[in-house]
Design a protein around this ligand. Structure first.
Ligand SMILES: Cc1cc2nc3c(=O)[nH]c(=O)nc-3n(C[C@H](O)[C@H](O)[C@H](O)COP(=O)(O)O)c2cc1C
Length: 361
């Protein structure tokens, strides 16, 4: 018997399940993949897209200067293919000129959308004036966005937080200014920079940002883990689309389930074989880009996938340490045999158990 997703009381009737258009692009679903540095690479995006229901995906943040100097790591981050569409490339810098040049470079190389990061809370990004630091000076931020918009024909979007801290909630003002200068859409993570990833997402703050603009879409983001969370985000904030980050790693089928719910169906949990196919597919796609180094890159997905994919704890631990493709295959064989013997449904990644040296995580 397939396991079915618990039915909830909320209705999806009033939610618009249709495609969304902005910046001249038609995005087939309103449920997007939020950028997650270190995770939202080509292989992950393709594997998730193949499950169905995903709208726009955005790459990890790419430092503008590194893109311009053709740094191999940056070129890896922007690697894509015709199946990896629609896609936006996220760039960051504290310097206007660098963002402009990077956006032009992306347009010249055929990319269809550019997203400016104004939400990253990391000190090394903020200390150079990039990421969430840009939200501290709304005039400067709007001018920067205006320059990038003027420099390219492809749509320019911005991803930001509610503000720097609780005393400086600048998202509504900024969103309005971005709209005025031609930004095509704005994603808002409903936390301040000071909150990092702590505390509750403030849906009211996102709603105020939605109300501040008149025609561009606002994409709500933060803590969406289930279709119900996504519908609640839309209903309570009025946002036009939802970007899901960690929720897509905890449940790669979330987009498909959302579409099933919008179609009035009860989403069906994938069964063992589909889950294992997904695990293998993600790894195989990764090896196409990174060959044997995939064994290192894939390890950090173990703690996110373990619970949903029904991987017994000791095998999840082995996935965190495996060294070769043949070892991966052997672990998959054991997962198939021992599927369903996991003792906890809580994802390890949420418990954040320190598990050996960080480079092995
Ligand atoms: C590991 C990790 C990496 C992230 N990398 C980026 C990034 O490169 N660019 C960005 O705009 N946001 C980044 N974020 C923020 C997410 O896009 C998102 O705003 C945040 O995680 C809240 O949404 P979620 O609860 O759906 O994950 C990152 C978050 C995490 C946890």
């Amino acid at each position: 018997m397939p396991i079915t997703w618990p039915k909830d009381e909320s209705t999806t009737e009033e939610l618009d399940g249709s495609a969304i258009e902005f910046g001249g692009r038609r995005i087939p679903s309103r449920y997007f993949l939020a950028p997650l540095a270190g995770y939202t690479h080509h292989a992950f995006r393709l594997a998730i897209r193949e499950l169905g229901g995903l709208g726009l995906a955005t790459t990890d943040l790419v430092l503008a200067t590194r893109l311009l100097s053709q740094h191999p790591k940056s070129l890896e981050l922007i690697e894509t293919c015709s199946a990896d569409c629609p896609l936006s490339i996220q760039i960051f810098s504290g310097k206007k000129d660098q963002l402009v040049l990077a956006a032009q470079w992306l347009e010249d190389h055929g990319y269809q959308g550019v997203d400016i990061n104004m939400g990253c809370p990391m000190a090394k990004v903020n200390s150079q004036g990039g990421g969430a630091r840009l939200m501290c000076d709304s005039t400067e931020a709007a001018e920067l966005a205006a320059c990038v918009v003027a420099a390219v024909d492809i749509p320019v979007t911005v991803k930001m937080r509610l503000g720097w801290d609780a005393e400086s909630i600048s998202a509504p003002l900024l969103a309005r200014q971005f709209e005025d200068v031609g930004v095509a859409a704005v994603t808002v993570h409903g936390r301040t920079r000071q909150q990092g990833f702590h505390g509750q997402v403030d849906l009211e703050g996102i709603r105020r940002t939605v109300e501040a603009v008149s025609s561009i879409p606002i994409i709500g983001n933060g803590d969406v883990r289930t279709p119900d969370d996504a519908f609640r985000m839309r209903r309570e904030t009025g946002c036009h689309a939802v970007a899901i980050g960690r929720g897509a790693m905890l449940d790669p089928w979330i987009y498909r389930k959302i579409q099933q719910r919008l179609a009035g169906q009860t989403p069906i949990e994938p069964e063992r074989d589909e889950k294992i196919r997904f695990l293998c597919r993600h790894f195989a796609l990764m090896t196409q880009q990174h060959a044997d180094y995939s064994c290192v890159l894939f390890r950090k997905f173990a703690g996110w996938y373990g619970a949903k994919l029904g991987i017994p704890e000791d095998l999840e631990d082995r996935l965190r340490r495996f060294e070769s493709v043949s070892e991966f295959d052997a672990i998959v064989g054991e997962i198939t045999e021992r599927y369903g013997t996991r003792t906890t449904s809580i994802p390890t990644a949420l418990i954040r158990v320190p598990n050996g040296p960080v480079e092995r995580w």
